[in-house]
Design a protein around this ligand. Sequence first.
Ligand code: ADP
Ligand code: MG
Length: 315
Amino acid sequence: MSPEFSLINKYFNSHKTKVFKGIGDDAALIKKNNDYLWAISTDMLNEKIHFFPGTNPFNLGWKALAVNISDIYAMGGTPKFALLAIALPEIKSLWLKKFSDGLFSCAKKYNVDLIGGDTSKGPLSISICILGEVLKKNVLLRSNAKKNDDIWVTGELGLAALGLANLQKKIKLPQALTKKSIKALEKPMLNDSIIISMSKLSHSAIDISDGFLADLGHILDASKVGADILLKDLPINPWIKNNKLFDMGLTGGDDYQLLFTAPKKNRSKICLVNKKSSIQLTRVGEINDKRSLRIIDDNGKLYKTNTNGFDHFET
Ligand code: ADP
Ligand code: MG
């Protein structure tokens, strides 16, 4: 288990709760009525840890809310309300104007109401708590992946990691890709239009925030299953593929794409969802009962990565 998850389990996951689902999924779930659950989650962005000083404040406001909304979508839910807790080192009006414009532009796009929060002085830190609702019969738990499920991924993998590597001056990209990858990192767009249909057709889901391998790993652990993935089928960004930097697509964080597992019988319906939407859905592999996660390369050999995905406390 990763240091981050060991810490959570040791110090914060030792007490039973009475809610429908407590710690361990993208959002906690609380009974709303016979048909619906409330989904509630919180995510924090800290300067120098999650973003560089000087990051475009509009994008920061957008991202702070978007990463939270993403966790509600990962449960198959609809985001509704948000609370914003923000620590600021000083009052800079222009920065605050741009930050709040970004925040509210994201809120408008995904239909979320900001209904409260807290403001304090301190090193720049933004924490949002999000509340959404989920139709109970369609809820997508990490623990519900089944043997023989297809594994589906939205969009492209590794684009945000490319943006980060570019900002860190670790790689040099063509100009158009520089722009596109930094935008993916700083202003993630979410897969809202397919959530309702995919929640009806899938068994489980997670949003890819820590990297494809790490996040698929969370589903496999929670569901006590394994998976085989074909490297050639993964929608890794073409530049990354061409440069054979596969680890970037497999373990790069911050993409906020969604991963679903769904029964094979729903394959044609999911292809139809894919066809009708502008969001790309790619079938990348299959769930099995072997309890291991295997990536198979073009020669049929096991592909080994050097890292597993993002962990705040990895040394
Ligand atoms: P995500 O990547 O979807 O935001 P995390 O990996 O951050 O999820 O967290 C995994 C699980 O642990 C979630 O269910 C989250 O609510 C829970 N969790 C994380 N930190 C804490 C904490 N300090 N106290 C209680 N629960 C926590
Ligand atoms: Mg998540």
